[in-house]
Design a protein around this ligand. Structure first.
Ligand code: ADP
Ligand code: MG
Length: 138
């Protein structure tokens, strides 16, 4: 089982949205990581993956697992988040009608990612957004 990997995430590819988080979840199950930890990782990684799909021009997810934690970094190529504080507020969303049709856009994603993570770093410019999260295994 690999301890690191990198995946491309395509903009508005709703058919494959969720594949990265499923893969990481399976990897952690195979490693015997505790269920409550896997649940937090799954929530955070799923929400972050969906955000790259529905809000960005596309990007990548890199994960790194070691003995006591997982770090997951999402980077995309824009258009960025104008006001990060506002974006994290529960209920704030700029999701388009197609994303809403597919059930996304509740505006809870970033707050849920932040709450599920032990370390949460979000930086953004018009050139892209970087979300860097760590979840400890104990
Ligand atoms: N990768 C991203 N690129 C650009 N904007 C983003 C990205 N991730 C989040 N956002 C912005 O932050 C807002 C809040 O995100 P989130 O809390 O996940 O809610 P939702 O995805 O339901 O809109 C989004 O509506 C969007 O405006
Ligand atoms: Mg979201």
């Amino acid at each position: 089982m690999e301890n690191t990997g990198k995946f491309q995430i395509e903009a508005m590819d709703l058919e494959n949205a969720g594949n990265v988080s499923s893969f990481i979840k399976k990897t952690l199950i195979n490693k015997g990581i505790a269920k409550n930890i896997i649940k937090r990782v799954s929530i955070a990684v799923y929400e972050a993956e969906i955000n790259v799909v529905i809000h960005s021009y596309g990007g990548w997810c890199t994960y790194m697992i070691d003995d006591d934690k997982i770090r997951v970094v999402f980077e995309d190529t824009g258009p960025g988040i104008e006001d990060i504080e506002q974006a994290i507020q529960p209920g704030f969303s700029t999701a388009n009608t197609q994303a809403i049709y597919y059930g996304f856009g509740a505006g809870m994603g970033l707050m849920n990612i932040k709450n599920a993570s032990d370390t949460f770093n979000l930086t953004s410019s018009p050139k892209g957004t970087i979300l860097d999260i760590v979840i400890n295994f104990n």
